[in-house]
Design a binder for this molecule. Structure first.
Ligand SMILES: [Ca+2]
Length: 103
């Protein structure tokens, strides 16, 4: 009887190089300006609930619909699915409803 030895010892070699630079997975640091972040997010159709590249939940670490860190005073209504944009849409709908109702 042979002593059972594990045929391959798993040495701990962290394979971090693989996921740091995936071309499809952008990070906030890959953008040179916040407008670029928003443009990218909008062009991909990403939003708070559709964020495969985890652009939201970075920096302020909250899935709040705001990707990366918006500079102070930034018009976040430009961001696809952001709370500010949703509020704007709701306001427009309310207005339309109001017009229909004759207000
Ligand atoms: Ca966020």
């Amino acid at each position: 009887m042979e002593p059972s030895t594990p045929s391959s010892q798993s040495s701990s070699s962290p394979d971090s190089s693989a996921n740091s630079n995936d071309s499809w997975d952008k990070d906030c640091t890959d953008f040179s300006s916040y407008d670029e972040v928003v443009e990218y997010l909008n062009s991909k159709g990403y939003s708070k609930t559709n964020d495969p590249e985890r652009l939201d939940g970075w920096g302020n670490s909250v899935d709040d619909g705001i990707p990366c860190e918006a500079p102070g005073g930034y018009d976040t209504a430009k961001i696809n699915g952001s709370p500010a944009q949703l509020a704007e849409k709701a306001a427009v709908q309310d207005e339309a409803k109001g017009k229909k109702a004759g207000y």
